[in-house]
Design a protein around this ligand. Sequence first.
Ligand SMILES: Cc1ncc(COP(=O)(O)O)c(C=O)c1O
Length: 310
Amino acid sequence: MQFVNTTPLQPLDHLSSLLGVELRMKLDQYFPCFGGGSKARKFAEILHEIRRAGANAVVTAGSANSNHARVVALACAQYGWKCTIVIHDTEDYGKANLRLMKLTGANLVFVPMQEVADRMNHEMSVLVSSGYTPYYVYGGGHHPAGIRAFHEAVHEFSLQAETWSPDIVIVASGTGGTQAGLTVGFHELYARTQVIGISIARKREPGKKAVVDAISAYGIDHQRGSPDVTKIDFRDDWIEQGYGESCDAKVEETIRIVASTAGVILDPIYTGKAMNALFDLVERREIARDSRVLFWHTGTIENFLSSKVT
Ligand SMILES: Cc1ncc(COP(=O)(O)O)c(C=O)c1O
């Protein structure tokens, strides 16, 4: 397999000593297209399907902080596709991602959450009647192609890691696609590695179900077998007040510690919650001393810059 868009795998010695584990980070924040991050990795796969379908317009949805929506806006600008984003949020251009969406000239439509699905369908019809061939992209890039992106990312990781094999992988989990792809990939190549998804919003049962459903929608390789979906580990203990920029003092402190000991920027909506979980799991000894831990950094700096963390 050849990987065109690779991201660094970084050992973090100071933070490892502080935590008492062997910590490495897969830095998808440096994914080299569309502003980077896990959503860029996903969309780089989804866009092959858009091209295959011969589409010249995209309709998707997200919040003002949505990395996915920012990625779609930048990608559409690059490919010359018309872009409509249905946003279930306020029109607050203090949010860096929303500002970037606006900068690309994407058509931004603001609606209440409960109207998103109807409005997306409406925008698809409007584009068809204007002569476009639009492609419907689910919020969060929740497509099997996005799951494949993370399945393949584990192959990319394994080439970089050589003989180093993680006991535990920690990743921020929302719609569940990233965790689903990593679960399939680690099951295939490492078998004993445990992938733990840290919820950014959903409660445990619906969050876990989303990961399980994503794995079955993706389909499995019958030769290598399916991951045991009863063992999907999706934790909701670090949601704070839910999705959004709400951020308690402990998450802020975690973000500061990681910035000052590793030079890595996290954010309070996604990656800060996942790292907060890692700190707690180490403190509770649920992650044993000297474990090999891989933190999959999914974010980009936009979410930090939109926050009030100093
Ligand atoms: C930075 C970041 N991390 C993690 C996630 C969760 O990814 P997924 O929706 O694939 O579970 C998101 C998306 O919401 C995100 O933007």
